[in-house]
Write a protein that binds this ligand. Structure first.
Ligand code: PMP
Length: 374
């Protein structure tokens, strides 16, 4: 069999198991995006980009940051982001995926141990694959599990540094990491704490600085703040000690050998940070809508998470895709999430509450889910 025939067979098997993925046009009310604050299409962000175009900011960077691609917009963004989030320094990447891969793939060294949460994002796994450190999963949100993993590694003779990798708000479950307890584990073992704030930045904390804002600035804390979610833009900021930034500039292959992000996008992210500080009412409206959605969706089996990510775990893939299809047909864009994105047997609708939806939309969504489950 030719390799392409083998690929086609693989796809056919995915389809048989209701696991085939496809690219669909966006349609219906948004309960699927990560544009939590509705900034992606906001007038203020669009105006900021128009203003940047008018003052001559380049569309393309023209090359790697280390060659000619370094633009004043990148530097300005990184200075502003470090001040905003409270870190010593920041470095802007083209995507959170690239940033996570570089971060986890570059900082831990051979002889080190990465202990990651069992539900950590695929991009963190990419970093683990790229890097030379040993890696082990700890049970989800179980600080004792992290502590035990590091203890067991030391008992086996591990002498390097330990790195704890978690998300502050889990992308598919909407629950929060016990960051204070994890920080205590890190302190006990002289470990680093890598916190992916992808889904918390912009949504939680003073001015939207995230759930790790109180830990930011510590020498052993590094955060990842993606810009394509609540910030409504694209790219990601790694925030942490200056030496981490400089190390990634010198050793991060995904940073070195890749064209710098669009300077226009960098200026848009700067504008988004200002909007986060200037318009707290966006966060207030979002949290009120989340509380409303939790109430209205509870009778349909959606457990409250206290965050804008509300999963409806249905278990098997076929049911999940059937319910997602019915809800989409009713005009609400909710996506079914299947393995390998989530563990086998935990397929779900990932309901994402954003300011692109209203209370009436939430009512309609609840009705559509109820009808689909009946
Ligand atoms: N980390 C987490 C927790 C994410 O959910 C995502 C995106 N789904 C990423 C990293 C990757 O970020 P980006 O989309 O900017 O590549």
């Amino acid at each position: 069999m030719s390799i392409l025939a083998a690929h086609a067979q693989d796809l056919a098997q995915l389809a048989e198991r209701d696991r085939l993925r496809g690219l669909f046009p966006r349609a219906g009310v948004d309960f699927a995006s990560n544009d939590y604050l509705g900034l992606a299409t906001s007038d203020r962000l669009r105006d900021a980009v128009a203003e940047a175009v008018a003052r001559g900011v380049a569309v393309g960077s023209g090359g790697s940051r280390l060659l000619r691609g370094n633009d004043p917009e990148h530097d300005a963004l990184e200075i502003e982001a470090a001040a905003f989030f409270g870190s010593e320094a920041a470095l802007y990447f083209s995507s959170g995926y690239a940033a996570n891969a570089a971060l986890i793939g570059t900082l831990p060294q051979r002889g080190d141990l990465v202990v990651h949460d069992a539900l950590i994002h695929a991009s963190a796994h990419e970093g683990i694959r790229l890097g030379r450190a040993e890696a082990v999963a700890a049970a989800h949100n179980d600080p004792q599990g992290f502590d035990d993993a590091i203890g067991a590694w030391r008992a086996r003779g591990g002498t390097g540094r330990a790195w704890i990798a978690v998300e502050s708000l889990y992308s598919m479950d909407g629950d929060r990491a016990p960051l204070d307890d994890l920080a205590a584990v890190a302190a006990r073992h002289d470990a680093f704490l890598l916190i992916d704030e992808a889904h918390a930045s912009g949504v939680f904390g003073h001015d939207g600085r995230g759930l790790a804002a109180d830990l930011e600035g510590r020498e052993n804390v590094i955060t990842l703040r993606t810009c394509g979610k609540a910030l409504g833009c694209e790219g990601a900021l790694v925030c942490g000690p200056r030496v981490v930034r400089d190390f990634l500039v010198n050793r991060g292959r995904g940073f070195i050998f890749s064209t710098a992000p669009s300077p226009l996008m960098a200026s848009a992210v700067r504008a988004a940070l200002r909007i986060l500080a200037d318009e707290p009412e966006r966060r207030e409206r979002l949290h009120a809508l989340v509380a409303y959605a939790e109430r209205v969706l509870a009778p349909h089996g959606v457990a409250p998470t206290g965050s804008q990510i509300l999963p409806l775990v249905l278990g098997d893939d076929t049911t999940t895709m059937r319910v997602a299809g019915a809800v989409q047909a009713a005009g609400y864009d909710v996506r079914g999430i299947r393995p390998p994105t989530v563990p086998a047997g935990s397929s779900r609708l990932r309901i994402s509450v954003t300011l692109n939806a209203s209370q009436a939309d939430v009512d309609g969504l609840a009705q559509a889910i109820g009808a689909a489950l009946a």
